[in-house]
Design a protein around this ligand. Structure first.
Ligand code: FE2
Length: 161
């Protein structure tokens, strides 16, 4: 049995605002996925092994998260963005060129992008609450905890760089 009639119970305008936000979050996640590989491969200096390992942990988590977000958009009856061109045009964070990154730069880059994404999630969370979209609120709550935890960890790591 299809459950596609359930999403239509949401107020259309309110849920459109949620989906628009989720697509921007999806774009940020895809950019982070590529960007964290850049940092994983091209980090240099003292602390290389720490950051090489940590960036892998982060991009693996982000790979799972971006699938969850895209599938939430599908469950709401909408189309997730699925091209790099669209991601780059709507994301609130930017790509990095392929180059070497000194170890102290890496936590700063991650903190900036995670803070920017956290601000985005707060806006989507407010829209999801207005739409009474509990599942999206749950997804975003976990995502905000993940970002806040890693901002703290990167900040603590940076204090020794
Ligand atoms: Fe690797």
């Amino acid at each position: 049995m299809s459950n596609q009639s359930c999403p239509s119970s949401f107020d259309k305008d309110k849920i459109c605002e949620v989906v628009e936000g989720l697509n921007i979050y999806l774009a940020n996640l895809n950019i982070l996925f590529v960007k964290l590989h850049n940092l994983h491969w091209n980090v240099v200096g003292v602390g290389f092994f720490d950051l090489h390992t940590k960036t892998q942990e982060l991009y693996e988590k982000i790979a799972e998260e971006l699938d969850q977000v895209a599938e939430r958009i599908k469950a709401l009856g909408f189309l997730p963005l699925a091209s790099m061109q669209e991601y780059l045009s709507v994301a609130t964070i930017c790509e990095l060129p392929s180059k070497a990154f000194a170890t102290p730069e890496v936590p700063k880059i991650i903190i900036d992008d995670f803070c920017c994404t956290l601000n985005l999630l707060r806006k989507i969370d407010a829209a999801a609450k207005k739409a009474s979209d509990d599942c999206t609120v749950g997804l975003l709550t976990e995502a905000m905890c993940f970002l806040q935890k890693n901002i703290w960890m990167m900040d603590a790591y940076l204090s020794r760089c």
